[in-house]
Structure formats: structure tokens, C-alpha cells
Design a protein around this ligand. Structure first.
Ligand code: AIR
Ligand code: ASP
Length: 267
């Protein structure tokens, strides 16, 4: 295992050279960062859960004709993927206002958008992933117009499909970040890359609106690993032995509600 050639190490994943041409092994770590690595830590068991969730979701996307880099699961933390030329753009699709959209436009968190909103960000840690538009992508030749159209169409289809899948698990898909790349064969098709997990999307409990994603880590909301496990459990991809999680998350949800009953502290 150790003699594998490491191609790239990111914040949450490592990529190793794969067993065949044009393949890679994607390894999921427990490490987490936020706000461009200004905050970092580990979420115990996250790598295992994200590997499973991403494999499960990408398999279903492949099955409905949305091309992804996913080939097959290898073990608890690793999956075999197609090697791609990654396009340096993050495609964010939003259904409900949250995060940077609220900050930028002074929108109330939770505002339901009249239609899904696509935003493009340039992948650059040094620049803090700045917001860009389609013209930037074409003017800097990060992708051509057909590729850009493919990315946007695929992003909306992923958003539609996942919104439905999450709704069935009593979760609202608030927003999601997607990355794409070109296959290294002659076709150079645009396919979905990276991962789909609570690290890269916002998921709220449909009823309580409790946050069940990386925002728990970003904003120190506690029970981070429990939230990831609860998402996996609701999607039916965790053995039932993990059901203690539900209790932990419910407990977490009760905390803020109890606050108003507390007596005000004397100054
Ligand atoms: N995202 C963006 N960069 C890294 C990540 N994980 C994801 C967030 C959120 C969406 O993109 O997890 O789901 C929008 O993020 P923001 O901060 O722009 O509101
Ligand atoms: N993962 C990114 C970072 O390290 C952004 C985020 O998820 O907040 O900053």
C-alpha cells in the first residue's frame, strides 16, 4: 500500500495513482478545514462515512445517466475513480439562502429561492475561491462554452436528483458545491468529480431545519460526527447499530430551544 504514488493531497482527501491507466484511488481522511483552512480539525469517522455516501450517491447518478468519475468502492476509506483533468471551477447550486449568499446580499438565512441559483467560483485557496461569472470562465479558457453548458446542465440535474433523494430522508438540500473534470480519453467528456457528502453541501432536517452538515464544524455547533452519521443512516447506508446517533442529534437540537427559559444572568 505504501509504495503507491501519491498524486495529490488535499484538505480532506488524498489521490493515489490507480492500478490502471487513467484511474486514481481516492482516499478519504477524517481531516476537515473551513474558511480556507483558517480553521482545521478532525471529525472522527468522517472519511469512512463520506467515502460510503459519495460512492452511494455517485453510483445512483451514474445509473440515471449523469456521468461521474466514480468506478467502484475499494475499502472503508477508498474508491477507484477515473483520472480527470479538473476544471478549476466550483459550481454551487442553491435552493435555499445560506452561507456566503446571505452575507453578500444581506438575505435572511432560510429564504427559499424562486428557482435554483447557479454560482461559479474560481478554485484558488490563495484568493479565497472568488465568485466569478461565465465570461471569466470563457475569457480565461478554463472551459469552452460547450463544457460550461454541460457543467451547468449536469449541476442542475444533480441538484434535482439529490433534492429528491434527500427529501425522502427528511432532509432539505439547501445548497451544493460540485466540481467537474474532463476524461483523459479521446472524448474528453465532462464528468462529475470530487465527492458528494455533507462536507460539500448543506443539509437541514426538513422539519426542524437543524444543520446536518459541515456548518456544524464551521460554526462549532457540536455533534459533527453524529450529524454525518445521521445523514448516512437516513439514506439507508449505515448498519442499524449506529442508531444511537439519532438520540445524540435530537439532544443537540433541544439545547438552543431550552435557552429562552433560562433566567437572564446578572450583569
Ligand atoms: N463549499 C464551497 N466551498 C467549499 C465547500 N464545501 C460548499 C459549502 C456549501 C456551498 O458550497 O459546503 O454547501 C456554498 O457555500 P458558501 O460558503 O458559498 O455559502
Ligand atoms: N473546505 C474549504 C476550506 O478549507 C471551504 C469550506 O468548506 O468552508 O476553506
Amino acid at each position: 500500500m505504501n509504495d503507491r504514488r501519491k498524486i495529490y493531497e488535499g484538505k480532506a482527501k488524498i489521490l493515489f495513482e490507480g492500478p490502471e491507466r487513467h484511474t486514481l484511488v481516492q482516499h478519504f481522511k477524517d481531516d476537515a478545514t473551513a474558511f480556507n483552512a483558517q480553521k482545521s480539525g478532525t471529525i472522527s469517522g468522517k472519511g469512512v462515512l463520506n467515502n460510503r455516501m459519495s460512492a452511494y450517491i455517485m453510483e445512483r447518478l451514474n445509473a440515471i445517466g449523469i456521468p461521474t468519475h466514480f468506478i467502484k468502492a475499494l475499502n472503508m476509506r477508498e474508491q477507484l475513480i477515473k483520472r480527470l483533468d479538473i476544471i478549476p471551477i466550483e459550481v454551487v447550486v442553491r435552493n435555499v439562502a445560506a452561507g456566503s449568499l446571505c452575507k453578500r446580499l444581506a438575505i435572511k438565512e432560510g429564504h427559499v429561492l424562486a428557482r435554483p441559483l447557479i454560482e461559479l467560483y474560481y478554485k484558488s485557496d490563495a484568493l479565497n475561491d472568488p465568485l466569478i461569472n461565465e465570461d471569466h470562465v470563457l475569457a480565461f479558457s478554463w472551459a469552452d462554452s460547450q463544457e460550461l453548458e454541460d457543467m451547468m446542465t449536469l449541476a442542475l440535474r444533480v441538484n434535482d436528483f439529490l433534492s429528491g433523494m434527500m427529501a425522502g430522508a427528511q432532509l432539505t438540500l439547501v445548497d451544493i458545491k460540485l466540481e467537474f473534470g474532463r476524461t483523459q480519453d479521446d472524448n474528453q467528456d465532462i464528468v462529475l468529480a470530487d465527492e458528494i457528502s455533507p462536507d460539500g453541501c448543506r443539509l437541514w432536517d426538513s422539519t426542524t431545519h437543524e444543520k446536518m452538515d459541515k456548518d456544524r464544524f464551521r460554526y462549532d455547533l457540536g455533534n459533527v460526527a453524529d450529524a454525518y452519521q445521521e445523514v448516512a443512516k437516513r439514506l439507508g447506508i449505515l448498519p442499524l447499530t449506529h442508531s444511537r446517533t439519532t438520540t445524540a442529534i435530537k439532544g443537540a437540537a433541544k439545547k438552543p430551544a431550552a435557552k429562552p427559559h433560562r433566567k437572564k444572568r446578572q450583569p
